[in-house]
Design a protein around this ligand. Structure first.
Ligand SMILES: NC(=O)c1ccc[n+]([C@@H]2O[C@H](COP(=O)([O-])OP(=O)(O)OC[C@H]3O[C@@H](n4cnc5c(N)ncnc54)[C@H](OP(=O)(O)O)[C@@H]3O)[C@@H](O)[C@H]2O)c1
Length: 331
């Protein structure tokens, strides 16, 4: 049964380049055309949603707009045989929440090839505790586990208390890796050791600014979420034939490196693009997150909010203050 109207967080362009956040009533007809109409039960907050909410044109070109790059719930209507009303599904990435009305509304309508059947072993809510952040961590972990074994030495995770970082710390620890967690939060040690970090590295010590092309080799691999000097330092400090994955730029989009870590140590630097990840790889990552990698304490990583709580949490993630995951119960 489909409601004609529903609630959504709508971002509108105001005067003086300000962007207003309001919960508004929308109709199903306001949604873009698409194969699958989904009644969203849970979404989650990712850094990109906050950028969309403040008018970042690299994320969202035109307003009014509903952000939310993640959505999970039940199919309400479908024009394709692959999905039937009542099926439990999730969508992360593609254009959802960017220029397509996203998961901060109670309904989304999307192309069928964006839709992932909810993997066995995960509830709708659990799938959004992972969300794009967990899925992105899962992509990085896929590349790390293919090339670096747990006995090769410690692995570094940067932005460790954030959405991607916290899931990465917890899953890598669960898989037997010794995780060194980089954080800028002086009070985060208990949280990080609680989710499995073996070692805490102060953010200030994680960025080498000496300009040296290679540093003492310390890490078997690294999963970076912040970019800039911290990523460059991780690459320069990785063991020969180690793997570093790169997914974010909260510190900086720059990467001050020479070719030496690559040509003298064979270090691999792997880019992570969760938005357009091919469906076969996407399904494999979700199956791992739902099965062998599933975290016992998944719920403890998340804070649940309602649509009303989004605005405060958007401000918090923009200030780099997010700890763990924030999931949104759409009712
Ligand atoms: N490529 C992709 O497909 C993809 C997918 C998802 C996310 N991302 C990107 O990955 C990054 C992390 O996303 P997220 O959702 O995990 O964000 P998040 O929850 O805000 O976490 C980012 C964490 O980085 C650390 N941090 C914040 N400001 C920093 C600074 N100036 N220098 C160094 N570290 C800083 C903080 O952790 P500590 O306080 O613990 O240091 C913060 O909690 C973002 O850039 C996001 O856009 C990319």
């Amino acid at each position: 049964m489909t409601a004609d109207t529903f609630h959504a967080l709508v971002i509108s362009a105001g005067e003086d380049k300000t962007y207003l956040r309001q919960i508004q009533q929308r109709t199903i007809d306001d949604l873009p055309a698409g194969d699958v109409l989904i009644r969203v039960q849970y979404s989650s907050l990712n850094y990109k949603d906050a950028l969309s909410a403040i008018g970042n044109k690299g994320v969202t070109r035109s307003y009014p707009h509903t952000p939310g790059i993640d959505a999970a719930g039940t199919v309400a209507d479908s024009g394709v045989a692959a999905f039937r009303p009542g099926d439990r599904v999730l969508v992360t990435g593609y254009d959802l929440g960017m220029n397509t009305a996203g998961g901060f509304g109670q309904y989304v309508r999307v192309p069928a090839d964006w839709v992932v059947p909810l993997p066995a072993g995960l509830s709708v809510k659990e799938s959004m505790i992972y969300g794009t952040a967990g899925f992105t961590a899962g992509m990085g972990i896929s590349f790390l586990t293919e090339t670096v074994s747990p006995d090769a030495g410690p692995v570094l995770v940067t932005g460790a208390t954030g959405g991607v970082g916290s899931i990465a710390v917890a899953v890598l620890a669960r898989l037997g890796y010794s995780v060194a967690a980089v954080t800028g939060k002086s009070t985060a040690a208990d949280f990080l050791t609680g989710i499995g970090a073996a070692q805490i590295v102060d953010r200030a010590e994680a960025a080498d600014t000496s300009g040296r092309p290679l540093l003492k080799s310390q890490w078997a691999g690294a999963l970076d979420t912040v970019g800039g000097e911290i990523l460059a330092t991780a690459v320069k400090s990785t063991h020969p034939w180690g793997t570093v994955t790169c997914c974010g730029n909260v510190a900086s989009p720059d990467l001050p490196l020479t070719v030496f870590p690559f040509i003298l140590r064979g270090v691999r630097l792997i880019g992570i693009d969760s938005q357009n990840c091919p469906m076969d790889f996407r399904l494999r990552v979700w199956q791992n997150l739902a099965g062998p990698w599933k975290l016992d304490g998944l719920e403890t990583l998340a804070t649940e909010i309602s649509m009303e709580g989004l605005s405060d949490n958007i401000d918090r993630i923009l200030k780099g203050q997010q700890k763990g995951r924030v999931i949104v119960n759409l009712g």
